[in-house]
Ligand binder design. Structure first.
Ligand SMILES: O=C(O)Cc1cc(O)ccc1O
Ligand SMILES: [Fe+2]
Length: 451
């Protein structure tokens, strides 16, 4: 394993929290941060000459005239265009983009996978990305892909950006460092990160091999869901999101930049590290969030509400309330509902549900859905508690009970998800998954009364 860069080798802005790397609190704020004093122009964006001989450059994450605009002004040692030479197409055969409908693969069904085993093979963030499902169309900026990553090697003098997507990263094992143009994010299990479309970065391992999940969002950016009658607090609170302070390196070494663009990958060589943004201001930036900060709201008398109450982030699709992607978190919480079947109910959903287990046991599937594992309950296909969960919950003594040691999530999309050949043939698919419902017995015998 290559050693991660010492964050002290970057010149970093001071941080309000005094940590290294440093972060600024807030979600979608207008941040400003400078790693050298006076590097950030005040009162304007484009002075005739910038301090320190920096170049001003705007990174636009929304259309110039969007209803709510997001952009960041970067002051950097060289403009990005100096970072792009002629591109050569390269193959990353395991990183697929929608549309990717393989005629030999059936996606209609209920699927569950054991964790994809970690490996000794050298795999970076790019070569270790394994697409499980795709939905929508990357060319029209609609839909998503779900991936698992296996990382055993840091990227060295090798950088990446996705023009196709913003990435939501959900680590499950191992710690990663995202050294980005706008600063450094260190990420570990129980945290998530959002890496915006177009942002250049490299990913380094902080310790042993890393595994986790990624939701690649081709559409509109993630935002916090409206809380409705819940009010101004709970669920994910804005201040708990952390955006890195400016950090740059001035290293002139032969390097490569890989770009994901309309589902294809291209690579170019450059003569320096592109992480040379000395100061920036704006509201288009990467961030991380500790899932332990998520404050769940739930039923406190009876019944089991829709899982939308556990939405951490939502990426709109253009149809109000019908998300391109909802990121939903099932974490530790108290179950107190009276006279209620407490686990998820049996259901069919127009939205497609891709789930992953970060740690512990999920209440609807006490066996078989293990940490690092995934499941897919695709559009309108029935699912719900397995036989054991049903019997347990319908006969339980309904005292207040803490669901402890549990953290699973769902990438829920309005679009059907198509399995990749990797998900169908190479990943450890559980062939017997649907048997978990097969011995659910008939209790109806024509006589009234609860059974
Ligand atoms: O299917 C699942 O396990 C996810 C889920 C959880 C829940 O509490 C309600 C509905 C739902 O789809
Ligand atoms: Fe479901």
């Amino acid at each position: 394993m290559n050693r991660p860069t010492d964050p002290h080798s970057f010149t970093q802005a001071s941080s309000p929290t005094g940590t290294t790397p440093g972060y600024m609190p807030g979600f979608g704020n207008d941040f400003e941060t400078e790693a050298l004093p006076g590097a950030l122009p005040q009162g304007m964006n484009s002075p005739q000459k910038c301090n320190y001989g920096l170049y001003g450059e705007q990174l636009s994450g929304t259309a110039f005239t969007a209803e709510s605009t997001e952009r960041t002004w970067c002051y950097r040692i060289r403009p990005s265009v100096k970072h792009s030479h002629r591109y050569e197409k390269i193959d990353l055969p395991y990183w697929k983009s929608a549309p990717n409908v393989d005629p030999d693969v059936i996606s209609l069904g209920q699927y569950r996978w054991d964790p994809v085993p970690t490996t000794d093979r050298p795999l970076t963030w790019l070569t270790g990305m394994r697409t499980m499902t795709t939905a929508g169309d990357v060319n029209t900026q609609v839909g998503m892909a779900s991936h698992i990553y296996l990382v055993t090697e840091s990227m060295v003098d090798d950088y990446f950006f996705s023009a196709d997507s913003e990435l939501l990263v959900v680590p499950q094992e191992g710690r990663l460092r995202f050294a980005t143009e706008l600063g450094i994010i260190d990420l570990e299990p129980k945290e998530i990160a959002i890496i915006p479309r177009g942002l250049v970065y490299r990913v380094e391992l902080l310790d042993g091999p890393a595994r986790g999940f990624v939701c690649e969002n081709y559409g509109q950016k993630y935002e916090l869901p409206g809380r409705g009658p819940i009010g101004a607090n709970c669920m994910a609170n804005r201040r708990d999101f952390k955006t890195p302070v400016a950090a740059f390196e001035d290293r002139e070494v032969p390097s490569t930049v890989t770009v994901k663009w309309c589902g294809q990958f291209h690579r170019t060589g450059i003569g320096q590290s592109p992480l040379d943004v000395v100061a920036w201001h704006g509201n288009y930036a990467p961030c991380k969030y500790d899932l332990r900060d998520y404050c769940p709201i739930g039923a406190i008398l009876f019944d089991h509400p829709d899982p939308s109450i556990f939405t951490v982030l939502t990426a709109p699709s253009g149809v109000p309330g019908t998300a391109n992607i909802d990121f939903v978190l099932f974490r530790e919480r108290w179950m107190v509902m009276e006279d209620t079947f407490r686990p998820p109910w049996y259901h069919k959903n127009i939205m497609s549900e891709l789930m992953g287990n970060i740690y512990g046991q999920y209440d609807a599937k006490p066996q078989g859905f293990v940490p690092g594992g995934m499941s897919l309950h695709n559009m309108m296909l029935p699912h719900g508690p397995d036989k054991n969960a049903f019997e347990g919950a319908s006969n339980a003594d309904l005292k207040p009970e803490k669901l402890d040691n549990t953290m699973s999530f769902m990438f829920e999309t309005r679009f059907p998800q198509h399995l990749t050949a990797f998900a169908a043939d190479e990943a450890p698919l559980q062939d017997d998954y649907i048997d978990c419902w097969s011995d659910i017995d008939k209790k109806f015998d024509g006589t009234p009364g609860r059974k």
